[in-house]
Design a protein. Structure first.
Length: 342
Protein backbone atom coordinates (compact mmCIF):
# COMPACT_ATOMS: atom_id res chain seq x y z
CA UNK A 1 0.00 0.00 0.00
CA UNK A 2 3.04 2.27 0.11
CA UNK A 3 3.68 4.61 -2.81
CA UNK A 4 6.80 6.68 -3.46
CA UNK A 5 4.46 9.67 -3.77
CA UNK A 6 2.25 10.32 -0.74
CA UNK A 7 -0.99 11.73 -2.10
CA UNK A 8 -2.18 13.15 1.23
CA UNK A 9 0.74 15.59 1.22
CA UNK A 10 -0.76 17.26 -1.84
CA UNK A 11 -4.09 18.08 -0.20
CA UNK A 12 -5.06 20.56 2.47
CA UNK A 13 -7.99 18.38 3.59
CA UNK A 14 -8.61 14.65 3.71
CA UNK A 15 -11.60 12.97 2.10
CA UNK A 16 -14.95 14.47 3.09
CA UNK A 17 -13.09 16.60 5.60
CA UNK A 18 -12.48 19.05 2.74
CA UNK A 19 -16.19 19.84 2.41
CA UNK A 20 -17.46 23.39 2.82
CA UNK A 21 -19.00 23.47 6.26
CA UNK A 22 -22.80 23.69 6.67
CA UNK A 23 -23.31 27.35 7.55
CA UNK A 24 -21.16 28.50 4.62
CA UNK A 25 -22.90 26.10 2.25
CA UNK A 26 -26.30 27.39 3.31
CA UNK A 27 -25.13 30.94 2.61
CA UNK A 28 -23.95 29.90 -0.85
CA UNK A 29 -27.24 28.31 -1.94
CA UNK A 30 -29.76 30.30 0.13
CA UNK A 31 -31.36 32.11 -2.85
CA UNK A 32 -30.93 29.27 -5.32
CA UNK A 33 -33.45 26.67 -4.19
CA UNK A 34 -35.23 24.75 -6.97
CA UNK A 35 -38.83 23.73 -6.49
CA UNK A 36 -42.27 24.31 -7.98
CA UNK A 37 -41.04 25.23 -11.46
CA UNK A 38 -40.16 21.56 -11.97
CA UNK A 39 -43.12 19.44 -10.79
CA UNK A 40 -41.30 16.20 -11.65
CA UNK A 41 -38.51 17.02 -9.19
CA UNK A 42 -39.19 14.83 -6.16
CA UNK A 43 -36.04 15.73 -4.18
CA UNK A 44 -34.09 18.90 -4.96
CA UNK A 45 -31.82 21.36 -3.21
CA UNK A 46 -34.66 22.68 -1.08
CA UNK A 47 -33.82 19.80 1.26
CA UNK A 48 -30.47 18.54 2.57
CA UNK A 49 -30.69 15.05 1.12
CA UNK A 50 -28.03 12.78 -0.33
CA UNK A 51 -29.07 12.95 -4.00
CA UNK A 52 -31.57 14.62 -6.31
CA UNK A 53 -34.56 12.65 -7.56
CA UNK A 54 -36.66 13.18 -10.70
CA UNK A 55 -39.83 11.32 -11.67
CA UNK A 56 -39.56 9.68 -15.10
CA UNK A 57 -42.48 9.44 -17.56
CA UNK A 58 -42.94 5.73 -16.75
CA UNK A 59 -43.27 6.48 -13.03
CA UNK A 60 -39.85 5.28 -11.96
CA UNK A 61 -37.54 7.67 -10.10
CA UNK A 62 -34.16 8.76 -11.48
CA UNK A 63 -31.56 9.43 -8.77
CA UNK A 64 -28.54 11.63 -9.47
CA UNK A 65 -25.53 12.54 -7.32
CA UNK A 66 -22.01 13.91 -7.65
CA UNK A 67 -19.33 13.55 -4.98
CA UNK A 68 -15.58 14.16 -5.01
CA UNK A 69 -12.82 15.05 -2.58
CA UNK A 70 -9.08 15.36 -2.03
CA UNK A 71 -6.94 12.30 -1.13
CA UNK A 72 -7.74 10.54 2.12
CA UNK A 73 -4.97 7.92 1.81
CA UNK A 74 -1.56 7.90 0.11
CA UNK A 75 -2.17 4.90 -2.17
CA UNK A 76 -3.81 6.11 -5.42
CA UNK A 77 -5.65 2.85 -6.13
CA UNK A 78 -7.22 2.82 -2.68
CA UNK A 79 -8.02 6.54 -2.97
CA UNK A 80 -9.96 5.73 -6.13
CA UNK A 81 -11.78 2.89 -4.37
CA UNK A 82 -12.80 5.09 -1.44
CA UNK A 83 -13.94 8.01 -3.58
CA UNK A 84 -16.01 5.72 -5.80
CA UNK A 85 -17.59 3.85 -2.89
CA UNK A 86 -18.44 7.16 -1.23
CA UNK A 87 -20.20 8.53 -4.32
CA UNK A 88 -22.11 5.34 -5.11
CA UNK A 89 -23.29 5.15 -1.50
CA UNK A 90 -25.37 8.31 -2.07
CA UNK A 91 -27.60 6.29 -4.40
CA UNK A 92 -27.94 3.50 -1.86
CA UNK A 93 -28.72 6.06 0.86
CA UNK A 94 -31.88 6.94 -1.10
CA UNK A 95 -32.92 3.28 -1.32
CA UNK A 96 -31.92 3.18 -4.98
CA UNK A 97 -29.91 1.01 -7.32
CA UNK A 98 -26.94 2.55 -9.20
CA UNK A 99 -26.97 2.31 -13.01
CA UNK A 100 -23.82 4.07 -14.23
CA UNK A 101 -21.07 6.47 -13.22
CA UNK A 102 -18.84 9.15 -14.72
CA UNK A 103 -15.47 10.17 -13.30
CA UNK A 104 -14.69 13.66 -11.98
CA UNK A 105 -10.92 14.20 -11.94
CA UNK A 106 -8.85 17.25 -11.06
CA UNK A 107 -5.13 16.59 -11.34
CA UNK A 108 -1.95 18.66 -10.87
CA UNK A 109 -0.17 17.14 -13.87
CA UNK A 110 2.96 19.18 -13.21
CA UNK A 111 3.28 17.57 -9.75
CA UNK A 112 1.72 14.11 -10.11
CA UNK A 113 2.14 11.84 -13.11
CA UNK A 114 -0.70 10.59 -15.31
CA UNK A 115 0.27 7.05 -14.24
CA UNK A 116 -0.79 7.86 -10.69
CA UNK A 117 -4.11 9.22 -11.91
CA UNK A 118 -4.54 6.02 -13.91
CA UNK A 119 -4.25 4.01 -10.68
CA UNK A 120 -6.94 6.20 -9.08
CA UNK A 121 -9.29 5.39 -11.95
CA UNK A 122 -8.46 1.69 -11.75
CA UNK A 123 -9.46 1.70 -8.09
CA UNK A 124 -12.75 3.38 -8.96
CA UNK A 125 -13.46 0.82 -11.69
CA UNK A 126 -12.92 -2.00 -9.20
CA UNK A 127 -15.65 -0.55 -6.97
CA UNK A 128 -17.97 0.00 -9.94
CA UNK A 129 -17.42 -3.62 -10.93
CA UNK A 130 -18.51 -4.74 -7.47
CA UNK A 131 -21.95 -3.20 -8.00
CA UNK A 132 -22.01 -4.11 -11.70
CA UNK A 133 -22.10 -0.61 -13.18
CA UNK A 134 -19.90 0.94 -15.86
CA UNK A 135 -17.57 3.84 -15.30
CA UNK A 136 -18.79 5.16 -18.61
CA UNK A 137 -16.95 8.45 -19.03
CA UNK A 138 -16.17 11.62 -17.13
CA UNK A 139 -14.41 14.96 -17.14
CA UNK A 140 -10.94 16.09 -16.06
CA UNK A 141 -9.21 19.40 -15.41
CA UNK A 142 -5.71 20.51 -14.44
CA UNK A 143 -5.80 21.89 -10.89
CA UNK A 144 -3.38 22.54 -8.02
CA UNK A 145 -4.76 19.90 -5.62
CA UNK A 146 -5.73 16.37 -6.69
CA UNK A 147 -9.46 15.67 -6.47
CA UNK A 148 -11.45 12.66 -7.56
CA UNK A 149 -14.98 11.36 -7.38
CA UNK A 150 -17.95 10.25 -9.42
CA UNK A 151 -21.21 11.46 -10.80
CA UNK A 152 -23.58 8.52 -10.33
CA UNK A 153 -27.02 7.83 -11.78
CA UNK A 154 -29.44 5.42 -10.13
CA UNK A 155 -33.06 4.38 -10.21
CA UNK A 156 -35.81 3.18 -7.90
CA UNK A 157 -39.57 2.80 -7.73
CA UNK A 158 -41.58 5.40 -5.79
CA UNK A 159 -42.25 3.01 -2.90
CA UNK A 160 -38.52 2.22 -2.65
CA UNK A 161 -37.37 5.82 -2.18
CA UNK A 162 -36.03 6.79 1.24
CA UNK A 163 -35.31 10.41 2.14
CA UNK A 164 -33.68 11.91 5.22
CA UNK A 165 -36.77 13.81 6.38
CA UNK A 166 -39.33 11.09 7.07
CA UNK A 167 -38.57 10.17 10.69
CA UNK A 168 -41.53 9.83 13.07
CA UNK A 169 -41.79 10.35 16.81
CA UNK A 170 -40.48 7.27 18.60
CA UNK A 171 -38.47 5.95 15.65
CA UNK A 172 -35.34 4.10 16.72
CA UNK A 173 -32.02 5.25 15.23
CA UNK A 174 -29.50 2.75 13.87
CA UNK A 175 -26.19 3.19 12.05
CA UNK A 176 -24.28 0.60 10.05
CA UNK A 177 -20.62 1.57 10.58
CA UNK A 178 -18.48 2.78 13.48
CA UNK A 179 -17.37 6.42 13.42
CA UNK A 180 -13.97 8.09 13.66
CA UNK A 181 -12.53 7.74 10.15
CA UNK A 182 -11.85 11.47 9.80
CA UNK A 183 -9.54 11.31 12.79
CA UNK A 184 -7.71 8.31 11.31
CA UNK A 185 -7.28 10.14 7.99
CA UNK A 186 -5.86 13.18 9.77
CA UNK A 187 -3.39 10.93 11.57
CA UNK A 188 -2.06 9.75 8.20
CA UNK A 189 -1.10 13.31 7.27
CA UNK A 190 0.65 13.69 10.63
CA UNK A 191 2.43 10.33 10.41
CA UNK A 192 0.64 9.10 13.53
CA UNK A 193 -1.60 6.29 12.24
CA UNK A 194 -0.72 2.69 13.06
CA UNK A 195 -0.79 -0.09 10.45
CA UNK A 196 -3.88 -1.55 12.12
CA UNK A 197 -5.49 1.88 12.08
CA UNK A 198 -4.82 2.19 8.35
CA UNK A 199 -6.34 -1.23 7.72
CA UNK A 200 -9.42 -0.21 9.69
CA UNK A 201 -9.75 3.05 7.78
CA UNK A 202 -9.50 1.30 4.41
CA UNK A 203 -11.89 -1.49 5.42
CA UNK A 204 -14.62 0.95 6.49
CA UNK A 205 -14.24 3.49 3.71
CA UNK A 206 -14.14 0.96 0.85
CA UNK A 207 -17.22 -0.86 2.15
CA UNK A 208 -20.13 -0.03 -0.15
CA UNK A 209 -23.44 0.76 1.56
CA UNK A 210 -25.37 -1.57 -0.72
CA UNK A 211 -27.69 -2.55 2.12
CA UNK A 212 -29.43 0.76 1.48
CA UNK A 213 -31.12 -0.80 -1.55
CA UNK A 214 -32.41 -3.59 0.69
CA UNK A 215 -33.61 -1.09 3.30
CA UNK A 216 -35.58 0.65 0.56
CA UNK A 217 -37.85 -2.39 0.38
CA UNK A 218 -38.73 -2.18 4.09
CA UNK A 219 -41.86 -0.13 4.76
CA UNK A 220 -40.89 0.42 8.39
CA UNK A 221 -37.71 2.31 7.42
CA UNK A 222 -39.09 5.84 7.66
CA UNK A 223 -35.93 7.81 6.84
CA UNK A 224 -32.36 7.18 5.79
CA UNK A 225 -29.13 9.06 5.10
CA UNK A 226 -25.41 8.37 5.06
CA UNK A 227 -22.95 9.80 7.56
CA UNK A 228 -20.28 11.81 5.73
CA UNK A 229 -18.59 15.20 5.96
CA UNK A 230 -20.87 16.85 8.51
CA UNK A 231 -20.28 14.01 10.96
CA UNK A 232 -22.84 11.93 12.81
CA UNK A 233 -24.14 14.97 14.65
CA UNK A 234 -24.60 17.10 11.54
CA UNK A 235 -26.39 14.47 9.51
CA UNK A 236 -28.60 13.54 12.45
CA UNK A 237 -29.53 17.20 12.86
CA UNK A 238 -30.46 17.29 9.16
CA UNK A 239 -32.82 14.37 9.79
CA UNK A 240 -34.27 16.12 12.84
CA UNK A 241 -34.81 19.40 11.00
CA UNK A 242 -36.44 17.68 8.05
CA UNK A 243 -38.88 15.83 10.30
CA UNK A 244 -39.44 18.70 12.79
CA UNK A 245 -38.26 16.44 15.60
CA UNK A 246 -35.47 16.12 18.11
CA UNK A 247 -33.32 13.09 18.90
CA UNK A 248 -31.78 11.51 21.97
CA UNK A 249 -28.52 9.60 21.63
CA UNK A 250 -27.32 7.01 24.13
CA UNK A 251 -23.65 7.97 24.42
CA UNK A 252 -22.36 4.55 25.45
CA UNK A 253 -24.09 2.95 22.45
CA UNK A 254 -22.14 4.90 19.84
CA UNK A 255 -19.73 2.59 17.97
CA UNK A 256 -16.38 4.38 17.89
CA UNK A 257 -13.15 3.17 16.31
CA UNK A 258 -10.83 2.59 19.26
CA UNK A 259 -7.73 4.20 17.75
CA UNK A 260 -9.71 7.34 16.90
CA UNK A 261 -10.43 7.79 20.61
CA UNK A 262 -6.73 7.60 21.41
CA UNK A 263 -5.81 10.01 18.62
CA UNK A 264 -8.53 12.49 19.61
CA UNK A 265 -7.13 12.50 23.14
CA UNK A 266 -3.87 13.70 21.56
CA UNK A 267 -5.79 16.47 19.72
CA UNK A 268 -5.23 14.81 16.36
CA UNK A 269 -8.50 15.84 14.72
CA UNK A 270 -9.55 17.32 11.35
CA UNK A 271 -9.96 21.07 11.03
CA UNK A 272 -13.57 20.53 9.97
CA UNK A 273 -14.38 19.07 13.39
CA UNK A 274 -14.46 22.52 14.96
CA UNK A 275 -16.11 24.06 11.91
CA UNK A 276 -18.86 21.45 12.10
CA UNK A 277 -19.35 22.18 15.79
CA UNK A 278 -19.65 25.90 15.16
CA UNK A 279 -22.68 25.12 12.99
CA UNK A 280 -24.26 22.56 15.33
CA UNK A 281 -23.47 23.72 18.87
CA UNK A 282 -26.70 25.65 19.49
CA UNK A 283 -28.76 22.58 18.54
CA UNK A 284 -26.81 20.16 20.75
CA UNK A 285 -27.39 19.39 24.43
CA UNK A 286 -25.42 17.54 27.12
CA UNK A 287 -22.63 16.43 24.78
CA UNK A 288 -19.95 14.60 26.82
CA UNK A 289 -16.49 16.10 26.45
CA UNK A 290 -15.01 12.82 25.22
CA UNK A 291 -17.51 12.67 22.35
CA UNK A 292 -16.92 16.19 21.00
CA UNK A 293 -14.30 15.12 18.43
CA UNK A 294 -16.15 11.89 17.63
CA UNK A 295 -19.66 13.09 16.76
CA UNK A 296 -18.35 16.13 14.84
CA UNK A 297 -15.75 14.05 12.98
CA UNK A 298 -16.20 14.32 9.18
CA UNK A 299 -16.69 10.80 7.88
CA UNK A 300 -15.82 9.60 4.39
CA UNK A 301 -18.18 6.92 3.10
CA UNK A 302 -19.57 6.51 6.60
CA UNK A 303 -22.41 4.15 7.35
CA UNK A 304 -26.12 4.56 6.80
CA UNK A 305 -28.25 6.11 9.53
CA UNK A 306 -31.85 4.88 9.53
CA UNK A 307 -35.06 5.68 11.41
CA UNK A 308 -37.02 2.51 12.19
CA UNK A 309 -40.64 2.39 13.34
CA UNK A 310 -40.37 1.31 16.98
CA UNK A 311 -42.97 -1.42 16.44
CA UNK A 312 -40.67 -3.15 13.98
CA UNK A 313 -37.22 -3.03 15.59
CA UNK A 314 -37.18 -6.81 16.10
CA UNK A 315 -38.11 -7.31 12.45
CA UNK A 316 -35.34 -4.96 11.39
CA UNK A 317 -32.71 -6.59 13.56
CA UNK A 318 -33.72 -10.04 12.32
CA UNK A 319 -33.61 -8.83 8.71
CA UNK A 320 -30.11 -7.44 9.20
CA UNK A 321 -28.90 -10.61 10.88
CA UNK A 322 -30.27 -12.77 8.06
CA UNK A 323 -28.59 -10.54 5.47
CA UNK A 324 -25.30 -10.26 7.43
CA UNK A 325 -25.67 -6.47 7.84
CA UNK A 326 -23.91 -4.93 10.86
CA UNK A 327 -26.09 -2.44 12.76
CA UNK A 328 -25.78 -0.40 15.95
CA UNK A 329 -28.77 0.97 17.86
CA UNK A 330 -27.83 4.46 19.06
CA UNK A 331 -30.94 6.44 20.00
CA UNK A 332 -34.47 7.58 19.29
CA UNK A 333 -36.35 10.42 17.60
CA UNK A 334 -38.69 12.37 19.86
CA UNK A 335 -40.80 15.52 19.97
CA UNK A 336 -38.72 18.65 20.35
CA UNK A 337 -35.68 19.94 18.52
CA UNK A 338 -31.96 19.38 18.39
CA UNK A 339 -29.92 16.41 19.60
CA UNK A 340 -29.42 15.57 23.26
CA UNK A 341 -27.02 13.02 24.70
CA UNK A 342 -27.77 10.69 27.58
Amino acid sequence: MTESVKLTQFSSGAGCGCKIHPSELEEIIKDLKTGADFPGLIVGNNSADDASVMKLPNGDLLIQTADFFTPIVDDPYIYGQIAAANAISDIFAMGGKPLMANALLGWPTDKLSPEIANKVLRGAIEICDRVNIPLAGGHSIKIQEPIFGLSVTGICSPNQLKTNNGAMTGDVIYITKPIGTGILATAIKKGKLSEDGLKTLISITTQINSEGNLFGSLSYVNAMTDVTGFGLLGHLLEMCKGANLGAEIISKSLPVIEESKQLAAQFIIPGNTTRNWNSFEKFTFNLPDDLFAIVNDPQTNGGLMVAIDSNFTNNFETFCKENKIQIYKIGVFMNGEGVSFK
